[in-house]
Design a binder for this molecule. Structure first.
Ligand code: ADP
Ligand code: MG
Ligand code: ZN
Length: 629
């Protein structure tokens, strides 16, 4: 369940204009208090002669003389309603005017002490008050910022800029999670256990000259237990464990994220040996822009700092960086090179056996009936992630409670699979029986074409567990990284293998029922065929001429054409021809071996994942020992 953060959104969304309006209102109020006349009725200005005339007509009630401006302000009454008038005295007419005023005893007259405030008061009003006012505004803003920062860093000090805010689990404080809580991910567990062991007894490894891996990257789709694995490491490792999420490094101000990284590694170095875990590292580890500058300085600086820190400490000290991501393809290549994250642990969606194990781990927490058939449940949840399986168990328990039972039955679990899977169908890649069958034939098509061309084990693993990359199945080819050079013949074989998936679909389901599943194969085959012609000089027609150049070899490796337009169209023709020939070859191979295609596909459909050995055993007619499922 997601926790909703309770930071007042109305407060944080108030724009600058809000404060500007408040300031404006306050200044207006101040004005009104200091210069009250502004709010009063307007003053009528009259000539001096009119003033004298009004005195004579007894229209004047009160007169005051303002020394500083030499003006008379007087309250007069014309047309029966009083108003304020002002006028300027004729020079040297003071004596005479005084005389005239005395002749009208009802008129009050006086020389006014200037209505101005005292010098001290005016100083306070014009200087101290505005400064105070802005000071208070600043203070409020500062506090509000502080609150925001605090929300970002749980447990952080309001103004602790540059502190990493990483949670530290020390040896004796337990996360409560151990490796036994993680089911199915055996390879990943083994790999991590080794790292933990290295931290415990380094002599065992250093005596044979082995170095501790500096960084371990967990990659895989969401909900497969990456964070869980890291927590298990924290629970098992008897060393301090720092845990922080990548997004916590993302800061408002340039340089802040980098400062956090520095702080984190400083702490880690002091506590070595220890483990630092950065969850969702893609938040800071994204590829740097190759075009344009300054688009994201803050993130780039943070990443650069991380790279520098990872190079900076020596592996002997015993700081291991653990990171998790579900978008490894978006990570900066510099982050992935050996010496930083040297070990990459795939955490894939669980297969049949894995699903059963995960279901059982979570079932321990609920009172399940003894006769629950976990095999059936595991089979019904193909494509579900560990998180979804955990959810299924929980939903089943809820259903049992709803029905007023104290024990969870098979029907509860089956029902909850339907609600969870059906609800999740769109977002996760749970596939139907029919689609599974198509995928099985497609994958076996690849493998069979590969095997028939080379007469050796073509694959290390074939699986129809869907990947989140969009591929519904996967055929792991013999490791091509082993040999750096590929012959022309090998490339042609590879293109044929790539077309093998679609070819199998055509043969089994008919040409009108081919699916979109081959899109990635098509892309790869086209790329290879094109590279053969434009970069590897493997055609007689063009010879050893580079028709394409590679850009950004280390960041992406895009290519651009470097030839005339009509050469380009000839290249296209050649590419189409090459792929078409390969496709025909694949179809021929599969037609000749149709019985094997059916047999192998049925087996893969049943087991979901098969090894290269199992594949070859079946292909060569040997009965596999794992045929009982
Ligand atoms: P992510 O790979 O996205 O980090 P999490 O580790 O957060 O996934 O997994 C979410 C939840 O799913 C876990 O808390 C756990 O309950 C369950 N889960 C996922 N994978 C497994 C697994 N292999 N074994 C047991 N439980 C799992
Ligand atoms: Mg996670
Ligand atoms: Zn394919």
């Amino acid at each position: 369940m997601q926790e909703v953060k309770n930071d007042n959104p109305s407060l944080s969304k108030r724009p600058f204009i809000f404060y500007a309006v408040i300031s404006f209102i306050v200044i207006m109020l101040l004005n009104a208090l200091v210069f009250p006349s502004m709010l009063k009725r307007s003053v009528i200005e009259v000539g001096y002669d009119k003033f004298l005339e009004m005195i004579d007509n007894d229209e004047v009630k009160e007169v005051s003389y303002d020394e500083s401006s030499g003006q008379f302000i007087f309250i007069g009454e014309s047309d029966k309603y009083p108003a304020i008038y002002k006028t300027v005295i004729w020079p040297d007419d003071g004596e005479r005017l005084l005389q005239q005023l005395r002749e009208h005893p009802d008129i009050e007259f006086r020389a006014e002490i200037p209505t101005q405030a005292s010098p001290l008061l005016s100083f306070i009003l014009t200087w101290i008050l505005p400064i105070l006012f802005f000071f208070i505004i600043g203070e409020v803003f500062y506090k509000w910022m502080g609150k925001k920062m605090k929300n970002q860093l749980p447990g952080g000090n309001a103004m602790s800029f540059g502190k990493s805010g990483a949670k530290i689990y020390v040896a004796d404080s337990k996360t409560g999670v151990t490796f036994s809580d993680v089911a199915g991910q055996d390879e990943a567990k083994d790999s991590l256990i080794e790292v933990v062991d290295f931290l415990h007894s380094p002599e065992k490894y250093t005596s044979v000259g082995a170095k501790l891996p500096k960084g371990v990257l967990l990659v895989g789709p969401p909900g497969t237990g990456k964070t869980l694995l890291a927590k298990a490491v924290a629970g098992e490792a008897q060393v301090p464990f720092f845990s922080i999420s990548g997004s916590e490094f993302v800061e408002m101000f340039i340089g802040m994220g980098a400062a956090k990284v520095r702080d984190l590694f400083k702490q880690a170095n002091e506590k070595a040996p220890c483990i630092v875990f950065i969850d969702e590292i893609d938040a800071i580890g994204q590829k740097r822009n190759t075009i344009g500058t300054g688009s994201n300085d803050e993130r780039e600086q943070t990443l650069n700092q991380l790279l520098a820190e990872m190079d900076g400490f020596d592996g002997q000290k015993g700081v291991v960086i653990l990171a998790a991501t579900n978008r490894p393809e978006s990570l900066d290549p510099a982050l992935l090179r050996p010496g930083r994250f040297d070990r990459r642990i795939p955490v894939e969606l669980p297969d049949l056996a894995g699903r059963k194990a995960i279901l059982k781990v979570h079932a321990k927490k609920i009172p399940a009936a003894d006769n629950v058939d976990w095999d059936v449940l595991a089979r019904a949840t193909s494509g579900a992630s560990g998180a979804e399986l955990a959810n299924i168990i929980n939903e089943a328990a809820l259903r049992a409670v709803r029905e007023g039972r104290k024990i969870v039955l098979q029907e509860d679990l089956e029902e909850s699979i339907e609600t969870v899977i059906a609800g999740a169908q769109r977002k996760s890649a749970v596939i139907s029986e029919k689609e599974k069958k198509i995928v099985a034939y497609h994958e076996i098509g690849h493998a069979l074409v590969a095997a028939m061309q080379t007469h050796s084990a073509p694959v290390t693993k074939i699986t129809i567990i869907p990947r989140t990359s969009g591929a519904l199945g996967y055929t792991m080819q013999v490791d091509e990284g082993e040999h750096m050079l590929m012959s022309k013949n090998e490339i042609l074989n590879k293109i044929a293998t790539l077309t093998g998936g679609r070819s199998a679909e055509e043969i089994v389901f008919g040409e009108d029922n081919i699916t979109t599943g081959a899109s990635n194969d098509i892309e790869q085959a086209t790329k290879l065929a094109r590279a053969m012609i434009t970069r590897y000089g493997m055609t007689d027609e063009f010879g050893m001429v580079a028709l394409e150049t590679t850009q950004n070899q280390y960041l992406g490796g895009d290519t651009s054409l470097a030839c005339a337009a009509d050469t380009a169209s000839k290249i296209d023709e050649r590419v189409i021809e090459t792929v078409k020939n390969a496709h025909d070859k694949a179809l021929k191979i599969l037609r000749e071996n149709e019985d094997k295609l059916h047999k192998l596909s049925a087996y893969l459909l049943k087991k979901e994942t098969i090894t290269g050995k199992e594949f070859m055993d079946l292909l060569e007619g040997r009965e596999s020992d794992t045929d009982t499922l």
